[in-house]
Design a protein around this ligand. Structure first.
Ligand code: MN
Length: 128
């Protein structure tokens, strides 16, 4: 079965870029444009991996990540933090919040799919 990837991103152009970058993999892509929606979609669709924009309206991606980690089902789900305006300390903040990896925008059409594939494979090994 195709792995499900939830993309949390409030900017439609960035959403499109991430989807394009992942289009060569046979993934089922799910979208959420804010934190509340991300939590709803995650609970309903059980994604295998989550790509989390940190700058979101109202609830930040870091808060969404913390909330997800409180839910037993999502304690081990790979979460990749993505941020524009990357500043010193951002990576540590993302990792401290529970993200597993960190990418700064602009998203590389090569790095993102590589990282996604690597993290899905690692998670699969852990489950087996
Ligand atoms: Mn954003």
């Amino acid at each position: 079965m195709n792995k499900k990837i939830l993309i949390v991103e409030d900017n439609p152009q960035n959403m499109r870029l991430v989807e394009m970058a992942l289009s060569t993999g046979s993934y089922t892509l799910l979208e959420a444009t804010n934190g509340e929606e991300a939590l709803e979609v995650a609970k309903k669709e059980h994604p295998d991996l989550i790509i989390m924009d940190i700058q979101l309206p109202k609830m930040s991606g870091l808060e969404v990540t913390r909330k997800l980690r409180e839910i037993p089902e999502f304690t081990q789900t790979p979460i990749i933090a993505v941020t524009a305006y990357a500043m010193k300390g951002d990576e540590k903040k993302a990792l401290d919040a529970g993200c597993n990896a960190y990418l700064s925008k602009p998203i590389s059409a090569r790095d993102l799919p590589n990282l996604v594939a690597k993290m899905l494979a690692r998670r699969q090994e852990e489950k087996e």
